[in-house]
Design a protein around this ligand. Structure first.
Ligand code: FAD
Ligand code: NA
Length: 390
């Protein structure tokens, strides 16, 4: 085979690894991708009716403070000056998120100074008995921000995300809840933030566009009817695997828990549905967790003024055939993960990477940073045939 490296999965981890291997080591890289398009979950498509860019797998906001990542991504795309802000609707009123002084003053119809608000929240948080805080997510949450704020802004949203009563969720899922005692409602605090000017698909395609990189879409690594499947490749060619870790080992140590998301996408016959890109819904009796309105990610674009695309987002536990989105990370999951890591050590010339391959939530900049550093430490030296590389 005239391939020096096979990469399973064309998400940002796989693409970054491919790019480095092709450019730095001159390696011939083959990427196999199960889906019919590249880019993993960062991919976006153009809605045919409106021309609006839709983030196919949920809203993706790029942000980083990592200079190397910023320089790397800017080789393939420029970024707009979009700054992300989120609002939430609770009990018929819209508030700015994350919970900040504006949220608090609106909620209590007050004009507290930062110190006054801090004192109020501290006194409300103190109402939960010492020692009860670690009982469950609800008691923990109240011990952090007090009952009124917890109920309005954290309880319902979290219950919907986890499909579980807050009393039945472990206290350990939270060590702090975000509350800011200023009016700053900028969602991210990283040095750089923005959206790819020509869209995600264009960015991802430019990353893949290199004479040494070949991509095969609609190709499943576990499909034995195609030549590039697991048993035909492992041990014979170096592999980077970015699919689900448990799937690679035929679930032999059990299934790792994931949450998934369902999107209900709709074109609305109005120019502006909600006035902002992301609106959360904190009430438990509203089934969705949030609504995205994609036109607001690109106010600089010339989108139609009489139509808009929205997506309602619903959260639930993932079955084996669902898209795995967020690791659940129970104690049982952690045990299985350790067992899989042991198995992974014995796989010849296979590197497990990315969010699925390591069972870790990674933001885009983290997936890229991880691929850059694991290329430097492991894949690069190996491809260049350096002594000591495994
Ligand atoms: P992925 O993008 O998942 O790529 C893995 C690829 O492997 C996929 O294309 C998959 O089809 C392929 N694959 C899997 N199994 C096989 C197989 N058997 N054979 C062949 N191919 C296979 N990050 C941010 O920075 N900002 C955000 O706002 C943000 N929002 C997000 C919202 C949601 C709902 C989700 C789920 C993630 C979000 N992220 C965000 C994270 C971002 O999506 C990840 O950082 C990024 O996708 C990680 O890239 P990856 O290559 O590790 O994984
Ligand atoms: Na997101």
């Amino acid at each position: 085979m005239d391939t020096d490296l096979v990469i399973v999965g064309s998400g940002l981890f796989g693409l970054t690894m491919a790019r480095r291997a092709a450019e730095d080591a001159g390696a011939r890289v083959l990427i196999i991708e199960k889906r019919s398009h590249i880019g993993g979950n960062a991919y976006s498509h153009t809605d045919p009716e409106t021309g609006i860019e839709v983030h196919t797998y949920g809203a993706h906001l790029f942000h980083t403070s990592n200079e190397r990542v910023w320089e790397f991504v800017n080789r393939f795309t420029s970024f707009t000056n979009y700054v992300h802000r989120v609002y939430t609707t609770v009990d018929g009123v819209v508030y700015p998120m994350p919970v900040n002084l504006g949220t608090i003053n609106q909620f209590f119809s007050a004009a507290y100074s930062p110190d006054e608000a801090r004192a109020l929240i501290a006194s409300q948080a103190a109402e939960i008995d010492e020692g009860r805080a670690d009982e469950n997510f609800r008691t923990k949450g109240i011990s952090l921000v007090g009952e009124p704020l917890f109920r309005a802004f954290f309880e319902g949203y979290t219950a919907k995300q986890w499909q579980t009563d807050p009393e039945d969720l472990p206290a350990s899922i939270v060590s702090r809840l975000p509350v800011r005692y200023t009016y700053d409602n900028r969602y991210f605090s990283d040095t750089w933030e923005g959206l790819p000017t020509d869209g995600y698909a264009a960015w991802l395609e430019r990353m893949a566009d290199h004479p040494n990189i070949t991509i095969m879409c609609d190709t499943d690594f576990f499909d034995e009817s195609q030549p590039y499947h697991r048993d035909a490749l492992v041990g014979k060619v170096p592999l980077v695997y970015t699919g689900p870790l448990d799937r690679y080992f035929d679930y032999s140590r059990g299934e790792l828990g994931w949450r998934t998301i369902d999107f209900e996408t709709e074109v609305k016959p109005v120019g502006d549905f909600q006035g902002t890109s992301v609106m959360n819904y904190g009430d438990r009796d509203v089934a969705y967790t949030r609504i995205h309105e994609f036109r607001h990610f690109h106010p600089e674009r010339d989108y139609p003024r009489d139509k808009t695309v929205i997506a309602r987002e619903y959260s639930r536990f993932a079955g084996r055939d669902d898209e795995p989105y967020y690791p659940v990370n129970t104690d049982a999951d952690r045990e299985k993960l350790l067992a899989y890591r042991e198995l992974a050590k014995d796989e010849p010339k296979v590197l497990f990477g990315g969010r699925l391959g390591t069972y870790k939530y990674l933001d885009m900049h983290m997936a890229i940073a991880s691929a850059l550093s694991r290329y430097d430490a492991i894949v690069g030296p190996y491809l260049r045939g350096e002594d000591g590389a495994q």
